[in-house]
Write a protein that binds this ligand. Structure first.
Ligand code: 13P
Length: 250
């Protein structure tokens, strides 16, 4: 059985005081969401704050990006080993906002995932199609290619440790969510691809859904057999909503 993972992607939001209130709220209510694993992915400067607030709790924390390099002259980049020093268990890689605004290719995303795994971090590898691609019936081809680049860069053991997040771009921050059936179809396709590589890994790998997941649509999405959790943007900034989504997974 794959344990449900409810992950918050704070994106470029927060402040020391706002985070303190948010983390206090999540900590206070986390007991009710014990059946799933909770994770917050914060901006780099707040990882120390997350470590201070969350160490010793059941709530994990992580980052939103990592360098594909181990160390060296890469101004502005952050290494996987540095994230480990701040207690990160996870790191998001290849979010569509980075693919779009920072020009990250699937090959770069794959290198980042490999680097994260080598350092003992679990990468949450994001894939997803645009509205135009969906309307042109290219969803499986686009999303499948994004996953293939990662599968090529990892060995079987590493494949078994990754997490995948399916985030259709047209559902991110729009209030429009994929229907449970639409999401399930893509998740099943992704799992079949992983199974073609390693059946054991396919059984183990969590595939999260992301894109306007909210308290009122989470239960239906999370009830689908291949949806193992959520990667939540906007609703992860309110403790009440984040916890309501986690409760919906029970
Ligand atoms: P929203 O939940 O705000 O649509 O964001 C989804 C997302 O991009 C999570 O990574």
């Amino acid at each position: 059985m794959r344990r449900t993972l409810i992950a918050g992607n704070w994106k470029m939001n927060g402040s020391l005081s706002a985070n303190a209130a948010l983390l206090a709220g999540i900590k206070a209510g986390a007991g009710k969401a014990r059946s799933c694993e909770l994770l917050v992915c914060a901006p780099f400067p707040y990882l120390a704050q997350c470590q201070g607030e969350l160490a010793g709790t059941a709530i994990a924390w992580g980052a939103q990006d990592v360098s594909e390099h181990a160390s060296g002259a890469y101004t502005g980049n952050v290494a996987a080993a540095m994230l480990r020093e701040f207690g990160c268990a996870y790191v998001i890689v290849g979010h569509s906002e980075r693919r779009t605004y920072q020009g990250e290719s699937s090959e770069m995303v794959a290198k980042k995932a490999a680097r994260a795994l080598q350092a003992g971090l679990i990468p949450i590898i994001c894939v997803g199609e645009t509205l135009e691609e969906r309307q042109a019936a290219q969803t499986d081809a686009v999303v499948g290619k994004q996953l293939d680049a990662v599968l090529e860069a990892l060995n079987d053991e590493e494949v078994g440790r990754m997490v995948v997040a399916y985030e259709p771009l047209w559902a991110i921050g729009t209030g429009v969510t994929a229907t449970p059936d639409m999401a399930q179809a893509v998740h099943a396709m992704l799992r079949a691809k992983i199974a073609a590589r390693s059946a054991a890994a396919a059984d183990r790998v969590k595939i999260l859904y992301g894109g306007s997941m909210k308290p009122d649509n989470a239960a239906q999405l999370l009830a689908m057999p291949d949806i193992d959790g959520g990667l939540i943007g906007g609703a992860s900034l309110k403790a009440e909503d984040f916890l309501a989504i986690a409760s919906a997974s029970a």
